[in-house]
Design a binder for this molecule. Sequence first.
Ligand SMILES: NC(=O)c1ccc[n+]([C@@H]2O[C@H](COP(=O)([O-])OP(=O)(O)OC[C@H]3O[C@@H](n4cnc5c(N)ncnc54)[C@H](O)[C@@H]3O)[C@@H](O)[C@H]2O)c1
Length: 369
Amino acid sequence: MSNGQTVRVGLIGTGNIGKIHLTGLSSLKESGLLDVQVTALCDTDKESLSLASNLFEVPIVYEDYMALVNDENVDVVYVCTPTNKHMDMVKAAAKAKKQVFCEKPLAHSCPQASEMLGVVIDSKVKSVVGLVLRYDQFLLYAKKLIETHSFGRPMLAHIRDDQRFPIGYLYRSKWRGVKSKAGGGTLLEHSIHDIDIIRWFFGDVVDVFAKVNYFSGKDVEDHASLILSHKNGAVSTLDSVWHWVDRPNERSIEFFFEKGYLAINLESGKRYLEYQLADEPPIRIWQEKADDVLLERLGLHSKNSISPDAVETLTSIGGERYAALSYAFLNAVTNGDEPTPSFKDAVAAHRIVDAAYESAAKRRPVGLL
Ligand SMILES: NC(=O)c1ccc[n+]([C@@H]2O[C@H](COP(=O)([O-])OP(=O)(O)OC[C@H]3O[C@@H](n4cnc5c(N)ncnc54)[C@H](O)[C@@H]3O)[C@@H](O)[C@H]2O)c1
């Protein structure tokens, strides 16, 4: 850090998610939550670079990521480029002893992700991966409920995640339909988030049975259905679809325990959590109540201890998870704590994804132990 305080960020990839992070970082600064400054930007697309530099008032711009990584005004590097570019950029940043934020998926495969984990460990730099659902207020609320109430043993998790094919429409993505760039489709590129949730809640997976389909004719899958057996005896199922229907993206999550049920609906505007314990009536939790648990997770114990702008930055729907993850990561960088979700968490999710692709190809379950 320049003066022992200001965290100086350099961000590579000023596209869709890069701009979301830049918005989060500037809100963290403006609301007084963090002493952070984005000092440099990099993109090979001149127009995107110039737009972001003007919008976020970042004076130093590069078209070559090595120049950003080696800039002495940069302490922390955000890697927000298409997935096939992550590995080289993370390696360069770690070699330059910069702390690293890398977007998910880390890479195209588990061996590549493991190599990246090895590099950040060897370089002794802090690192975090953009598995942002770890900072979703409803999921954090669910975690707390399970820890503090008698739900009993976990039996079944089910996640159904659907998105409009992210090529045109919202993302206008030039690379998501191309396997050599994205590495995979709805399972790797999007539902690695769901795999991470499943592991986070139900623990280690011992085997996976999967079916994937390519309805669109592209070389990335647009459907994946998985059955995952957990070490604790529970089973999770995941249905992930990229379709062409003009409907809001929706992530619907259900957890069945022997004596409890939890349902969480995310993304679509119908965001809520509902739970029920044994013979008690169901209880529905709306966002405001769940926000308190997110703030607690971030070490901010009361809404009254920070400004309304700060509360808005960390909890308002849209960019909130990204700002919350940046807040947690950059605080860990300054305090010397270990940030989460770690590259190790990401590698564990990649392992499951790789096993699912193998299972689909071999048409049989694949073990992970
Ligand atoms: N955590 C999340 O929820 C989340 C959401 C969306 C995207 N992502 C991930 O973020 C990454 C980027 O996705 P996106 O939607 O922002 O893509 P995008 O195409 O909108 O943006 C990527 C940017 O990187 C730039 N770029 C490409 N190669 C480059 C290079 N060599 N040097 C510098 N810049 C380069 C492109 O010009 C583009 O501006 C992907 O890995 C994606 O999976 C994560």
